[in-house]
Write a protein that binds this ligand. Structure first.
Ligand SMILES: C[S@@+](CC[C@H](N)C(=O)[O-])C[C@H]1O[C@@H](n2cnc3c(N)ncnc32)[C@H](O)[C@@H]1O
Length: 450
């Protein structure tokens, strides 16, 4: 039996996995939190585990990433259609959301396929990483099981008890998978059009729009020698532009197809860039506290199910004094589906999932028909998320006229050459720019790593 997720495979253990399990279980962290592991943990213990000699049952899985076993996850069936979940992740694979993805997948199987009515999970009260994984997947904390764990030296510890019921598994993972496929499909057809003109980029043209140049100048001016994170970098146009200007740039995106194209473009342009495949709401530890500038522009937040997580994650990559530049479609303009007559559709705020079916990209390139899921956030929600993440807002601009046709069909080029969106003759904003700083003397409300 196998369970698959975007990039993970959960499969039955095989005898060949014994060496990996043996090596992983020498890790003091795993032994600290799993007191029932035999001590010392011998090769024979690993062999007994992977061959199920201890009778743990049919729902024990190796977590496999890129053909490497990186962890273990299992479901133990109990009475009354309930189950108990447990997991560990090998030291070298931690901090990348692997256990969270594996747990989500296993819970979907347990609740949807096996029809269980309740899943329970326990973690040592001080094992905050494990508790965070449970909460991210949707588990609710029920309380503390006192003196629940017995360590080999006889001392006892409390556990936190969590549970998940049918209907409580957030649809986030499914939306995420839908959008990843959507972006893989778009990335495959982007780069040969006027919107993403690869030939011009390779010939040396900058990809930054006038509004972006202005925000960049206000934030940092020259990027030479700065560490820049290009958030949701897609096929890497701005990433290449920053690298050409002398920045050390990291491009991050969850679409591997986007990054494959971005990597090829950067090579053609002769610039060095670090590429990271990751969900922007769970950026890996290796990116924390590193960047002078986090750059996120045009078509960013509408893909994000959890705005607070996005802000905390991106803010967490900044050095003290580092800046976030976020330029995106204005939430009011995003509601407009027709200007004559004026038709608004979709919410202004709230972040509820909105499903779309498309076969043409925003670049007008034809793409295979497919679904996508978007989320709408108000400016108030966006600014509040930034301040909740511990950032200090230095600019919030609403652009009434812009240099380009941001919303094909609704934004008209007027005689002065500027593009405006008019509703009943009145101009409304089409874009906003948010600049925010990680304070130098921040005491730590957000998720700061350095
Ligand atoms: C409209 S594009 C951004 C355009 C970009 N500013 C550029 O320079 O081309 C949106 C990008 O967000 C990425 N994306 C969407 N959701 C994401 C997520 N949860 N984590 C990481 N990347 C994501 C998509 O793969 C896509 O490449």
């Amino acid at each position: 039996m196998e369970l698959r997720d975007d990039s993970l495979l959960l499969r039955r253990w095989s005898a060949d996995d014994a060496p990996v399990v043996y090596a992983a279980c020498q890790d003091p962290e795993i032994r600290r939190w799993l007191p029932t592991l035999p001590r010392p943990y011998t090769y024979e213990d690993a062999r007994a585990f992977v061959t199920d000699a201890r009778g743990l049952g049919a729902h024990q899985f190796a977590i496999v990433e890129a053909e490497r076993v990186v962890g273990s996850i299992g479901l133990h069936l109990a009475s009354n259609e309930t189950g108990h979940v447990g997991y560990w992740c090998a030291a070298e694979a931690r901090g990348r959301g692997i256990t969270t993805s594996a747990l989500r997948r296993l819970c979907r199987h347990a609740l949807d396929d096996l029809g269980l009515a309740r899943l329970a999970l326990t973690a040592d009260v001080d094992n905050l990483a494990s508790q965070r994984v449970a909460e991210k997947v949707g588990f609710r904390r029920e309380g503390v099981l006192r003196s629940h764990l017995r360590h080999p030296d006889g001392h006892r510890r409390d556990s936190a008890l969590f549970s998940l019921l049918p209907g409580e598994l957030p649809a986030t993972a499914e939306h995420h998978a839908t959008n990843r496929s959507h972006w893989d499909a778009l990335a495959a057809v982007h780069g040969q059009d006027d919107y993403y003109d690869s030939r011009a980029l390779v010939a040396g043209q900058s990809s930054l729009l006038e509004e972006e140049e202005r925000a960049l100048a206000a934030a940092v001016g020259d990027v030479t020698d700065l560490n820049v994170l290009h958030v949701q970098c897609h096929i890497g146009f701005d990433t290449v532009t920053f690298a050409r200007r002398g920045a050390r740039v990291t491009g991050v995106d969850f679409s591997e197809t986007s990054l494959a194209k971005a990597r090829a473009l950067a090579e053609q342009c002769g610039v060095a860039v670090e590429w990271v495949v990751a969900d922007v709401t769970e950026l890996p530890e290796g990116l924390h506290g590193r960047f002078d500038l986090a750059w996120a522009t045009i078509g960013v937040l509408c893909w994000i199910a959890d705005l607070g997580a996005w802000m905390r994650s991106v803010a967490g990559t900044l050095v003290r004094g580092g800046q976030l530049v976020l330029i995106d479609g204005h939430p009011l303009a995003k509601m407009v589906t027709s200007t004559s007559p004026v038709v608004l559709s979709g919410p202004y705020a709230g972040g509820a999932p909105l499903r779309f079916e498309d076969s043409v990209s925003y670049t007008n390139a034809a793409s295979p028909p497919g679904s996508s899921v978007e989320f709408a956030y108000s400016l108030g929600e966006i600014v509040t998320a930034a301040t909740d993440a511990g950032l200090v807002v230095s600019e919030l601009a609403e652009h009434l006229d812009v240099s380009f046709d941001h919303r094909s069909g609704h934004v008209d080029r007027e005689p002065d050459g500027r593009y405006r969106l008019r509703l009943c003759g009145e101009v409304v904003p089409t874009l906003f720019t948010l600049r925010a700083v990680r304070p130098r003397d921040h005491a730590g409300r957000g998720r700061w790593a350095a």
